[in-house]
Design a protein around this ligand. Structure first.
Ligand code: AMP
Ligand code: MG
Length: 353
């Protein structure tokens, strides 16, 4: 299959032409498109054949449900068995935006889209290209991240091309994604709202909007401390984001982290290994060996989130054997960043103080 590439300039809305993409999506084909979180791989959420194609293109296990993207709250009412009050509150506070809600589904969305579950994950994205695509096609679009299963999520169109060129009908290139981490997922199908995947919208923000306490799924906090507890979002149990090199996170105060990484890098280098280091703008000049890549500014946690997946992919291109990373437990979205980084590292952490 030849994958059609459309390039839309984010600042020239009047030039965007969705006619081909609309045609493809309405006929059960697949279109990758940018959102404010990461690129999504879209198909008609009401068409079981389109959902099957998404799993096949990604090599994704079919028990890992897809997120349904909408542009209007009425569409949530059309696919949910009932819309909880909490969903209305969260919609007011965070939609359109990087929030996915889990509610009980009715028969409109087939089991092929929900991985056999009686609940459905729903999100209203804010990215202007995603919004217009949803409005103009008037299709509810099932879209997981547009990467091969197991690879880091794509934050620019080149990442999508690397993984899916020749396997899907179309890619809309709309530049880089603003947030760079997948949406926060909250389960509203149970008594107490439960965060199933941390993201840009954090626990405090949920609690403020809902006026009550929310839980965090114990399966996602610390994989080691909770051995045997299965995460409730099926996708969270798979090894994700894995770079080809062996990634180890070093945690502690800045001074100790830099010296430990320098020591580890020298040892690995002496063993003939190609070494990568994930540093920050503040520390990048203090490393003595290896391919040093800066992930962003320590005082700007959004920049760290935005670059994380791209940095992991860059190390694949550099074909490094071993990667040492600093730790990023930043105040607001540190939990979301560390959730991805620790998964990518298979939870290999060295603590230095
Ligand atoms: P992705 O879009 O690739 O980030 O993957 C979607 C994520 O949403 C996966 O981690 C899924 O397991 C999760 N998800 C989707 N639908 C549901 C659902 N009905 N219940 C729980 N988790 C879900
Ligand atoms: Mg994904």
């Amino acid at each position: 299959m030849i994958t059609k590439k459309l390039v839309f300039d984010r600042n020239r809305e009047e030039e965007w032409d969705f006619s081909e993409a609309n045609e493809i999506i309405r006929n059960g084909g697949l279109v990758a498109f940018p959102t404010e979180t990461v690129y999504g791989l879209g198909g008609d959420a009401t068409n079981p054949e389109a959902s099957k194609k998404i799993y096949a293109a990604k090599g994704r296990p079919s028990d890992n449900p897809l997120i349904v993207h909408i542009h209007d709250f009425k569409q949530l009412e059309a696919i949910a068995k009932n819309v909880p009050d909490d969903a209305r509150k969260l919609c007011k506070a965070f939609w359109p935006g990087p929030l996915t809600m889990i509610v009980e589904k009715n028969e409109t969305i087939p089991y092929e889209t929900t991985g056999g579950m009686d609940t459905v994950a729903v999100r209203m994205p804010s990215h202007p290209i995603a919004r217009r695509f949803l409005q103009e096609s008037n299709v509810m679009i099932a879209a997981p991240s547009a990467n091969t299963s197991g690879r880091p999520s794509p934050t620019i169109a080149r990442h999508v091309i690397e993984d899916l060129d020749g396997k899907i009908d179309c890619i809309i290139d709309g530049g880089s994604c603003d947030i760079g981490l997948e949406s926060s997922i909250i389960d509203l199908s149970t008594d107490i709202p439960t965060i199933l995947r941390p993201g840009y919208i954090n626990k405090e923000m949920f609690e403020k909007a809902l006026g009550k306490e929310v839980r965090i799924d114990p399966g996602i906090i610390d994989a080691n401390a909770n051995k045997g507890i299965r995460p409730k979002a099926p996708g969270m149990k798979y090894r994700h984001y894995a770079p080809k090199g062996n990634l180890v996170v070093v945690e502690g105060n800045d001074e100790n982290v830099v010296s430990k990484i320098n020591e580890l890098a020298k040892t690995a280098f002496a063993e003939g290994k190609k070494v990568g280091i994930i540093a920050t703008d503040e520390t990048k000049d203090r490393y003595e060996t290896g391919n040093v890549v800066t992930i962003g500014d320590r005082n700007d946690e959004d920049s760290i989130a935005r670059h994380l997946f791209g940095v992991l992919r860059d190390f694949d291109d550099l074909e490094v054997d071993t990667i040492y990373s600093e730790s990023f437990g930043t105040p607001r979205i540190g939990m979301a960043i560390m959730n991805r980084l620790l998964k990518a590292a298979g939870h290999q952490v060295i603590k230095v103080d």
